[in-house]
Design a binder for this molecule. Structure first.
Ligand SMILES: *Cc1c(COP(=O)(O)O)cnc(C)c1O
Length: 437
């Protein structure tokens, strides 16, 4: 019988994360202090981020970083995640391409976000903190952090983008089940929130605004630090567990990818699945293509500018050298909440500039069409974010059908869509539209 799924034994789960910054020929430009425009050192990040995460953020020398034993132990609760050969999808597309996906949707919270939440909660606890705070869009990151905080005995306060708080009540309940305090953002509980609401009382919220609120809370509360589920370099570091496992699993399948595809919000799952393969491109010149699938309504990689910008709307974060649509950019209310962010992480921004990766813009209706096709073929209803990666994968596989090429395509299935069925409802009812800028 042909093999469908590849799973690693627990003892095969990687013991180190891969830090691509150490191997990059052009290092990312420094983060700048917005007041002085001086490069920030790790210590300068301590007031907001955990100390260990701050050090990891700026580490450009160590290619490999030890995964703490406790974090690795928590990884075994759901890892390795399966690498799956998408025979069903290949047949549906009648393509000679071999399609594989890494199924991160099997994590207890339903997405890849837990890979970094566990690490960040662990380091917060080790540092002697009692509280962590964060923002969340669709709720995946907030849910992951709420669960991870519970495991390590920390209190979590989550600012959830208001439109998602209303559209996705079950993610909110999930965070509350794990014991987190959830506040819709913008809220009157912070200065940043108050300023925005005074300006625009009907503001639907954005990730940028919610970040401002969470950072402000962390700064004002002793024993509390801020955590971020994407964009930052230490987050993609933690996510490399995905690609490192996938590399071993592809080896079990006797294949190596020609194309690696991931959806793109701030870049953490993209970095997570691609960096371990890109290592071979940088060090050995292996010719693999890396495609970031972003929404056409929030196209920072194809239509953004590479410049210093804030990571949040209020301008509380350091200045980051990134591809950005501007920190005041208000993305359309697409259902892929996790992709509604104005900028790209500093590592991926540099990689795009250096031509090591490419980007594809995906329209909302095309993403849901791809998601439904995948669901019928493979039995998994994907998260609206993941549908973008599936669309880009299908487009590549269809090109193979034209050319007859037998390419090996690997994509990351970041999450399942079981909490997003109202989005599918609306798609099926014909109520969704495409947005572009
Ligand atoms: C958050 C999220 C994304 C996008 O975030 P990245 O940091 O770009 O990976 C994609 N898919 C799901 C399911 C998410 O929760």
């Amino acid at each position: 019988m042909r093999q469908k799924r590849y799973i690693l034994e627990e003892k095969e789960i990687p013991e180190k994360w891969y830090n691509i910054q150490a191997d990059m020929k052009t290092k990312p430009m420094p983060l700048l202090n917005p007041q002085t425009r001086q490069p920030m050192r790790a210590e300068d990040l301590f007031p907001v981020f955990c100390e260990e995460c701050s050090r990891q953020e700026l580490n450009t020398t160590d290619s490999w970083i030890e995964i703490p034993e406790k974090v690795r132990e928590m990884y075994t609760y759901y890892r390795s995640t399966p690498l799956v050969r998408a025979y069903g999808l290949e047949e549906a597309l009648d393509t000679p391409a071999h399609i594989y996906f890494k199924n991160e949707s099997v994590s207890p919270v339903g997405s890849h976000k837990l890979n970094s939440a566990l690490a960040q909660a662990y380091y917060a606890k080790e540092e002697g903190l009692t509280n962590v705070t964060t923002e969340t869009g669709a709720g995946q990151w907030g849910t992951a952090l709420s669960y991870a905080a519970r495991l390590f005995g920390l209190e979590a306060a989550v600012y959830q983008v208001k439109i998602s708080y209303e559209q996705k009540p079950y993610r909110r309940s999930m965070m509350q089940v794990f014991g987190a305090q959830v506040t819709p953002s913008p809220s009157m509980s912070t200065r940043a929130g108050k300023d925005i609401l005074t300006d625009c009382p009907t503001h639907q919220g954005s990730l940028g605004t919610a970040i401002s609120e969470a950072v402000e809370l962390a700064r004002m509360t002793p024993g509390c630090k801020y955590t971020l589920g994407s964009v930052m370099s230490h987050v993609s570091l933690h996510q490399t567990i995905i690609g490192l496992e996938a590399e071993k699993q592809m080896e079990m399948a006797g294949e190596y990818p020609d194309v690696v595809v991931a959806c793109f919000g701030g870049g953490s799952n993209f970095g997570g699945i691609t960096f371990p393969f890109m290592r071979h491109t940088i060090l050995e010149g292996r010719k693999t293509r890396y495609i970031a699938a972003e929404p056409a309504s929030c196209p920072k990689l194809t239509k953004g500018k590479f410049e210093y910008d804030f990571g949040d709307e209020a301008g509380y974060t350091p200045l980051l050298p990134m591809f950005t649509l501007g920190h005041k950019f208000k993305p359309a209310n697409i259902h892929a909440g996790g992709l509604r962010y104005h900028g790209a992480g500093v590592i991926v921004s540099q990689l795009l500039k250096d031509g090591l990766m490419e980007a594809a813009d995906i329209r909302q209706l095309d993403s849901f069409e791809a998601g439904c096709l995948f669901a019928k073929a493979e039995g998994i209803v994907p998260a609206p974010e993941s549908c973008h990666a599936i669309r880009a994968t299908i487009d590549e596989a269809l090109k193979c059908r034209e050319s007859g090429e037998k390419k090996v395509i690997l994509f990351n299935l970041t999450g399942h869509g079981m909490m997003d069925m109202s989005a599918y409802d609306q798609y099926l009812a014909g109520n969704l539209i495409n947005y572009t800028i």
